[in-house]
Design a protein around this ligand. Structure first.
Ligand code: PEP
Ligand code: MN
Length: 362
């Protein structure tokens, strides 16, 4: 299905939109003092940072801190009045939207657990009809691009054009150093489908700890993302939610100062010529790669025919296991990563089996 989003670019509604947008603030609004102390330190770093804090917290298990609810909206108001920062929070239903609008929250976002549910997203969209407020949509917990797109479309169809996506990583069964697997291919696909849609990375929820946040933040900017949402707390060690992943304002300031901001592109003629040559070389390699894959598949078909003639089953588990190990070892000597080569060979082997199956059944 085609996706056409009607997007008002950041530049038309955000001051200083040319730099990466920074959203920072605590995971949860815990008390007026915590909010004000954190917000004042953030404002001292840069007045253009957008303040964030969760008013209603979606927690996996009951009886943990679920946010302070409506009372925290008055703290948000004080933050805005005293620091001049724009404020933002998560909404999960129509009632949250109404309360935020009443209390003049500047930007709303839809959380990962809500994006998965089209009923909830539609309820939020209905509550937003006729309102002009920016809404950001976090990726769903599961790596499903259609759900992410669907939520953006529902909000857009309600008339909200100041939209952006937030990449906060995905639940994964594989072992990774991250709380939520970044799966960069997902935001890349989103950017390919909707080139004008701003994408903000949330390294805090991707990493789940503070150590990896600088690495993911820089990587996001190098992937041409438009901004970062970084959980920041005046005293992370006593935070009531996500304590391990929140930065202090000082750490935030340090992170921002170290970020390398690169251009989206360059008009330098020398750069363009060299890049063109390198791309030509990639094109040639790809042509060779496809040729080799074609020959490999033809051979697989011959093997399928030969097995059929001799009434032998397709899958030879021992051969597959030793082939995969040998390829991984050779690849390691060539400096290719085990994960990459393993995934590649699993795809090649699946296709080869599919081809042999087709021959067996012909
Ligand atoms: C949050 O931003 O605090 C939050 C709950 O995030 P997510 O929806 O990405 O889990
Ligand atoms: Mn959080």
């Amino acid at each position: 299905m085609k996706t056409i989003l009607n997007i008002t670019p950041f530049a038309n509604w955000l001051k200083g939109a040319e730099r990466p947008l920074i959203i920072a603030g605590p995971c949860s609004a815990e008390s007026e003092t915590q909010m004000m102390t954190t917000a004042k330190s953030i404002a001292a770093i840069d007045k253009r940072i957008i303040f964030r804090a969760g008013i209603w917290k979606p927690r996996t298990r009951p009886n943990s801190f679920e946010g302070n609810g409506s009372v925290a909206l008055t703290w948000m108001k004080s933050v805005k009045e005293e620091t001049g920062l724009l404020t933002s929070t998560e909404v999960a239903n129509g009632k949250h939207v109404e309360e935020c609008l009443k209390n003049k929250i500047d930007i709303l976002w839809i959380g990962a657990r809500t994006t998965v549910n089209p009923f909830s997203v539609q309820e939020i969209a209905d509550a937003l009809k006729g309102v002009d407020i920016p809404v950001f949509v976090k990726n769903p917990v599961t790596p499903d691009l259609q759900l992410w797109l669907g939520a953006l479309e529902r909000i857009n169809q309600a008339g909200i054009t100041k939209i952006a996506a937030i990449h906060r990583g995905f639940h994964s069964h594989s072992v990774t150093p991250f709380r939520n697997d970044p799966k960069w291919e997902m935001p890349i696909e989103l950017r390919t489908i909707c080139p004008d849609l701003p994408i903000i990375c949330d390294p805090s929820h991707i990493c789940g700890n503070t150590e990896l946040i600088p690495y993911i933040s820089q990587k996001a900017l190098d992937m041409d993302m438009n901004g970062l949402m970084i959980e920041t707390h005046c005293m992370p060690s006593i935070a009531l939610s996500d304590a391990k992943q929140q930065l202090t304002p000082l750490q935030l300031s340090d992170l921002i100062n170290r970020l390398v901001i690169r251009k989206s592109n360059s008009d330098n003629i020398e750069f363009k010529t060299k890049l063109e040559q390198l791309r030509e070389s990639i094109n040639k390699s790809d042509e060779e790669l496809l040729n080799i894959l074609m020959h490999r598949m033809h051979t697989a078909e011959k093997i399928g025919a030969y097995k059929k003639e001799n009434n032998v089953v397709i899958l030879q588990a021992n051969r597959w296991e030793s082939l995969l190990n040998e390829r991984i070892n050779s690849a390691a000597m060539m400096g290719l990563s085990e994960n990459f080569v393993r995934s590649l060979y699993i795809l090649i082997h699946e296709e080869s089996i599919r081809k042999q199956n087709a021959i067996m059944n012909s």
